[in-house]
Design a protein around this ligand. Structure first.
Ligand code: SF4
Length: 314
């Protein structure tokens, strides 16, 4: 079964949710005041070079508010547009499993409770080395009553690029974590960034081959964003980084879609930073334009998700 539409030649999240829940579903981005092992010294210092001080959670709720308050703030806006919508609380900022299990249980249950009888899932973004076996077991139990999704940052399968961006995690750690999550039947979404320093077409396609080899259910792709007050801002100012143009990005993404396994749900194909913090690429602000350009190219060249997929052993 695929989740394409008349205009989208790939598995869209909207169609997937419609089919799974028979309803329109919104994710509510929450901030559980987490940090990250790549910032506090457990794994590294300073974080990934592209990561903002908000831990890639620039559009998550206000961390100074309770989970319930954050939820209500966003829900109030959503309900004006879609009064009968279902919700998936989404812990987005930093590594949202990086606390003792008791605290995690409290945060996740607050979020589920805030969504009440309209809650149809729980989504948590983290990194593979920030989730303990006991947390995976707990989420596995929770998953029996409410669908749990865990999103893992990979960014690239090129370990050399991983060092350049101070990712401080290996591909093997991601492979092992995906296996453990799948043992509990938890859906897994992998995050990929296009336009990382030194990467070319072969790197993007290698990353897609790597992702295809994992038992994952979803993917998020976006262009590298150069944000203020990051290590990458310095590198950009020193001429070490060239942001992708819109047409380069569209070419890369279309190629990736074509090589991607056709059962994987595409949760996102673009991302934008806060306007005041975004240095480059400015075209990312116009998300609708980006999406239209991707759809146009797929249609024009009669391409679709999985058309070039070939099973490869990694
Ligand atoms: S792992 Fe995620 S939260 Fe941590 S520094 Fe990297 S991008 Fe930021």
């Amino acid at each position: 079964m695929n989740y394409f539409t008349k205009d989208k030649r790939y598995n869209t999240l909207t169609e997937y949710y419609k089919s799974k829940f028979n309803h329109k579903v919104a994710k509510i981005n929450l901030n559980g005041s987490f940090t990250c092992p790549n910032r506090d010294g457990k794994k590294g210092y300073g974080g990934c070079t592209f990561c903002s001080s908000l831990g890639s959670g620039d559009f998550a709720g206000d961390k100074d508010k309770s989970i319930l308050e954050q939820f209500i703030d966003i829900k109030t806006i959503m309900e004006k547009k879609w009064p009968d919508i279902y919700y998936i609380p989404y812990f987005q900022a930093n590594s949202s499993t990086y606390k003792p299990l008791d605290e995690l249980k409290k945060l996740y249950s607050e979020a589920i409770k805030a969504a009440g009888d309209k809650c149809v899932g729980l989504d948590i973004a983290t990194r593979a080395d920030a989730i303990t076996d006991e947390c995976i077991k707990y989420l596995g139990e929770l998953n029996k009553s409410i669908p749990v999704t865990v999103e893992l940052g990979l960014q690239t399968s090129n370990e050399k690029t991983g060092i350049l961006i101070n990712r401080c995690i290996t591909n093997q750690e991601v492979i092992d974590c995906v296996k453990k999550l799948r043992c509990e039947n938890i859906e897994v979404v992998i995050h990929i960034i296009n336009g990382l320093p030194g990467e070319a077409k072969k790197d993007y396609l290698n990353t897609i081959d790597f992702v295809n080899s994992l038992d994952i259910q979803g993917i998020k792709l976006h262009s590298l964003l150069i944000l203020k007050n990051t290590k990458m801002e310095e590198e950009y100012k020193n001429g070490l980084i060239s942001p992708l143009s819109l047409s380069q990005y569209v070419d890369i993404v279309v190629d990736e879609i074509c090589h991607l396994r056709d059962d994987i749900i595409i949760h996102r194909l673009s991302a934008d930073g806060k306007i005041d913090d975004l240095i480059e690429p400015k075209w990312t602000i116009k998300k609708l334009v980006v999406m239209n350009e991707i759809d146009k190219k797929l249609r024009r060249e009669n391409l679709y998700q999985g058309i070039y997929y070939k099973k490869k052993e990694i």
